[in-house]
Design a protein around this ligand. Structure first.
Ligand code: ATP
Length: 432
């Protein structure tokens, strides 16, 4: 992890994307920095320091997931999100929670491979080009022919041409009954491939553009030491992984309804994972002792004190997030990086349509969103998405006829498009 990511720097970075919620930002920033601090301790003390997991309490759509996801991105840390209620479904068995660990391992592998792809990119592209040229012009073609094809390929002029290439068979995982997901997965083509010294190949007809992606993928994979990828990725998941468990409040009150699993049971199953256990993944055993868990919920009905005492103890840092106001919405629309207004402007600019939002218009959009949240249901900042979509629906559809135009989005326009809808609760229930 990056040495410059001090708690203050982390909060500053989060501020670019998330409005308000200072307390939650501080808590996650400290949790992240503590991991960096732990790495610097001597081996004996390092193992003693366990992460202080966090419980985020706040209504839907106020930034709980977003803060956690952004934090993971900043730290380049493997991140997974799960809904606690998923484990109350029929068919659940206690060990299913281990899937969380396996998903984290998969995510760490994906990150590690993405990192290494950069290093092998040139060599992989060159090899992919050789294979593609061979498929297009044959082995015996002259260098001049190859060069002219290479140029056309590089220009993208042949993207839609069909080509037949040999690719490794896509893995077809087979689940072995009785072994549960994950470890029991045996990849038949892997086994066959290993027996024959390489994965089996299959001829496939593809568009050149798709063939190129597949070939670069394959050539990159070949150049990675898969065992080393697994080793580094698992170590990264163990030391830096972040697991976000949403809707923890929904399993806080114990009840056994017809056929559904006891919620208390799910809490018990989660305990070892959060406390620290070793999970068998297909890349090897992975310890969860130092994984950071962030649990979240609205806690409208249940209270944190309704959770099992052991679970409460493992989520010692409590932070409250506030419901978002009209003022917050104005800031979300105008101050956050790549905000919705910027996104819509950029999307329509691709069709040479310029949107010109006035400040009062942005205020009116925020006011509408806050109003509908109040009268229909408070879904937090998610409301901005539906409101903006409705506001710009017609322009988005008619963009082709308005090339070259600058369209002012002022307060009157917002009122005209949304005013009636926002006033009418029945209408807004369905439309906004
Ligand atoms: N404070 C905020 N500042 C900027 N954007 C926000 C804020 N809160 C929410 N959003 C935006 O709203 C959307 C939903 O937010 P998020 O996923 O964080 O909700 P949540 O609080 O985790 O709710 P839930 O528990 O229902 O998942 C995201 O697109 C996010 O970017």
């Amino acid at each position: 992890m990056n040495e410059t990511l001090t708690p203050k720097a982390i909060v500053r970075a989060l501020d670019e994307h998330i409005i308000g919620q200072a307390e939650a930002k501080r808590a996650v920033a400290v949790a992240l920095r503590n991991r960096w601090r732990r790495q610097r301790l001597g081996a004996d003390l390092r193992d003693e320091v366990s992460p202080k997991n966090i419980l985020m309490i706040g209504p839907t759509g106020c930034g709980k997931t977003e803060i956690s996801r952004r934090l993971a991105k900043l730290a380049d840390a493997p991140f997974v999100k799960v809904e606690a209620t998923k484990f109350t479904e029929v068919g659940y068995v206690g060990r299913d929670v281990e899937q969380i660990g396996r998903d984290l391992a998969e995510e760490a592998i994906r990150l590690e491979k993405a990192r290494r792809r950069e290093a092998v990119r040139d060599a992989a592209s060159k090899a992919a080009m050789d294979r593609l040229l061979k498929a297009l012009v044959g082995e015996g073609a002259s260098e001049a022919t190859r060069e002219s094809f290479r140029m056309r390929l590089n220009e993208g002029a042949m993207n839609d041409v069909e080509v037949e290439i040999e690719l490794e068979e896509a893995p077809a995982p087979m689940e072995v009954p009785g072994m549960g997901g994950g470890i029991g997965m045996i990849n038949l083509s892997d086994m066959l491939g290993k027996a024959m010294g390489g994965k089996p190949l299959k001829r496939r007809k593809l568009r050149v553009a798709d063939a190129w992606d597949r070939l670069v993928d394959e050539e990159s994979e070949k150049r990675m030491d898969q065992e080393d990828v697994a080793r580094v990725a698992l170590a990264n998941a163990e030391a830096n992984g972040i697991v976000f468990i949403d809707e923890i409040d929904k399993i806080a009150v114990s009840d056994v309804r017809g056929g559904s699993v006891s919620r208390e049971g799910v809490q018990r199953d989660l305990l070892p994972l959060i406390e620290g256990t070793t999970i068998a993944t297909k890349y090897g055993p992975m310890k969860t002792d130092h994984v950071l868990f962030i649990a979240s919920g609205a806690f409208h009905v249940a209270k944190p004190s309704d959770m099992l005492p052991e679970l409460q103890g493992r989520l010692p840092i409590r932070v409250e997030l506030k419901a978002l106001s009209e003022e917050d919405f104005v800031r979300i629309l105008s101050e956050t990086r790549a905000n919705l207004v910027e996104q819509y402007c950029a999307l329509l600019a691709t069709e040479e349509v310029t949107l010109d939002f006035s400040a009062p218009a942005i205020r009116a959009i925020a006011r509408t969103a806050a109003q509908v949240n109040e009268s229909v249901e408070n879904i937090g900042a998610r409301r901005l998405q539906t409101v903006m979509e409705k506001l710009l629906e017609d322009i988005s559809f008619e963009a082709e006829d308005r090339k070259g135009e600058t369209i002012p989005i002022d307060e009157a326009y917002v009122g005209q498009r949304l005013g009636e809808l926002a006033q009418n609760t029945d209408l807004s229930k369905f439309i906004l």
